[in-house]
Design a protein around this ligand. Sequence first.
Ligand code: TMP
Length: 204
Amino acid sequence: MSARGRFITFEGIDGAGKSTQIDFVATRLRERGIDIVVTREPGGTEIGEALRELVLRQPMSARTETLLVFAARAQHVEQVIAPALVAGRWIVCDRFTDATYAYQSGGRGVPEAAVAALERWVHPDLQPDLTFLFDVAPDVAAQRLSAARAADRFEAEQRDFFARVRAVYLERARRFPARFVVLDGTQPPEAVRAQLGEALDRWR
Ligand code: TMP
């Protein structure tokens, strides 16, 4: 029997620069001979990707949005994450439940207790082992986003929405210091990569 794999997640407000760094982490882990699965939320399964399209494009209530991200997560945990971890593979996941606390509770005002109840139902025994939080001020993130493609429902939100999302992320990083590594996303990508590499080496 192989040992359980590790579960690594990436978080941050839109435009924080996390996506460009996920490839770097994946490459670094593969170089160490680790068998990894790179995936994302909402998404990671056929149902999850279909739900992602709805969540990113269709106007809906905050409650519906919360239920749909957890519906996608339920399928993702059962079909992809849990089996991989049991098989000893590592998961590198672009966002997980911290994003629901930050976006749906912090950003949209859904009660934290509602998110916590869904979390207990959908993944009672599963938490990330390591979470990289890419932290940037909403102004910096907005400048990066405006240069990119057409905005989805979240990217189109105002600065104060992202300020609330960021505040919840930072609060969770303080509350769970054993698994969070906060990275300064305003630094150039090479500097962020160096911080990531050090954190991964410390953690091995
Ligand atoms: P991405 O652009 O980083 O792939 O994330 C997609 C969007 O989905 C992003 O704007 C954050 C949002 N999101 C939530 O609002 N709640 C969640 O639980 C997750 C996983 C993502």
